[in-house]
Design a protein around this ligand. Structure first.
Ligand code: GLA
Length: 382
């Protein structure tokens, strides 16, 4: 994102030169709702980001101006209590970075971004990671990259109230251009895979809906997985999370799990297997196989995990008879946001020009399309 306007605004408001800190949103190719079950995910950072202009003001007050909202807010670093509205995310990051040992103090801030809001590209993780990176830098903090991702996640848990996994914040911090990140959410270690875009493109289709269920159902799913693990532990005391559960084990305990818990758990166990297989396919540049795993992932999310919605299902169904599309699935938490589609590069324009009117006819809503460019992770600098 071009930072000229941001810097100009900062200088005119505070009469100082700022430091720039930035972090991207993310896509996820496969591995959905597996992160908080200690499973595998395959996200990548995108070239859309949230950018902060910041400078110390030698007081304990934080003054923030949001360019996108055209609103300002203030708070004191000695009173980091949750507040309503967007400033809550900022307060959350100050609090969690401070808890991890950064001596935060007063700051002047202007921020802006081009990560679409509510589209499931993790604009909130981008905000949290950009600010955490900026605070750590400007206050000479000791935090490593993983600490920054964990602080950003804690802000989401303790201030935004969503008990998310680590995928979004991890991808935002560790992103690398042209690479997807296979993250093992048990060890918090990753492996990069080159994604060869010469013949294929990733295209997001934005449903333009965000059903209000999203955050409550998210926490419910988390609870259902934990309940499933407890029930499995009765027979298999060594199991710590769904990561330890095999399909065979699940079959053995099927009778003692309620049908919903069984469906949720079997989705997660299968999705972990799919991520592993999808990575094997990626190593061989077998995009056809990769695409099939994407469709299977969607099926599980739709029928077993039940986090899709009719708009997402419609967009995925539209691709099924299109030979130019190799794979399609809902992306992120669900209940709205985007589908992610793996498409022959030469067919992208045709695909978008056909699917958008079909979506409009079906739902009355406009569909936006984003062609994904994989970008770099959080960093300091213009
Ligand atoms: C949201 C959460 C992530 C992850 C996904 C689903 O994006 O923030 O941690 O759980 O949903 O895969």
């Amino acid at each position: 994102m071009n930072t000229n306007e941001l810097v100009k605004k900062f200088e005119s408001l505070y009469n100082q030169k700022p430091v720039i800190a930035r972090a991207p949103g993310r896509v996820n190719l496969i591995g959905e709702h597996t992160d908080y079950n200690e499973g595998f995910v395959l996200p990548a950072a995108v070239d859309k980001e949230i950018v902060f202009a910041i400078q110390k003001n030698e007081t304990s007050k934080v003054q923030v101006f949001s360019m996108d909202m055209n609103q300002s807010a203030t708070f004191d670093v000695n009173e980091l209590k949750a507040q309503a509205g967007w400033v809550n995310y900022i307060i959350g990051v100050f609090a969690e970075v401070k808890k991890k040992g950064v001596a935060v103090n007063g700051l002047n801030i202007v921020f802006a971004g081009d990560v679409p809001l509510g589209a499931g590209m993790s604009s909130s993780a981008a905000l949290e990671c950009a600010l955490a990176t900026g605070l750590n830098y400007i206050f000479g903090g000791p935090l490593s990259k993983i600490d920054l991702a964990l602080a950003a996640q804690a802000a989401e848990h303790n201030y935004a109230g969503v008990k998310c996994g680590l995928m979004d914040q991890y991808a935002s911090i560790f992103g690398m251009p042209d690479h997807v990140i296979k993250l093992d959410c048990r060890t918090n270690k990753h492996e990069y895979f080159n994604f060869d875009f010469s013949d294929f493109a990733l295209v997001l289709c934005d449903t333009n809906v965000k059903h209000s269920l999203a955050s409550s159902e998210y926490n419910t799913r988390r609870g259902q997985c934990e309940a499933g693990v407890k029930a499995i532990q009765v027979h298999h005391p060594n199991v710590k999370s769904l990561r330890d559960v095999t399909l065979q084990m699940l079959d053995e305990v099927k009778g003692s799990l309620d049908a919903v818990a069984y469906a949720r758990c079997s989705y997660v166990v299968e999705e972990n297997i799919r991520v592993e297989k999808a990575c094997e396919a990626l190593k061989k540049n077998d995009f056809a196989a990769f695409g099939q795993f994407m469709y299977q992932s969607h099926e599980g999310l739709q029928h077993k995990y039940e986090v899709s919605c009719k708009e997402l299902d419609f967009l995925v169904d539209c691709t099924r008879d299109n030979a130019d599309v190799l794979g399609s699935r809902m992306m992120g938490g669900g209940f709205g946001g985007c589908t992610i589609n793996l498409i022959k590069r030469t067919a992208v324009d045709k695909f978008v020009s056909e699917i958008a009117p079909r979506y409009k006819k079906e739902t009355g809503l406009d569909m936006k399309a984003y062609i994904v460019k994989i970008g770099a992770g959080a960093r300091i600098g213009e």
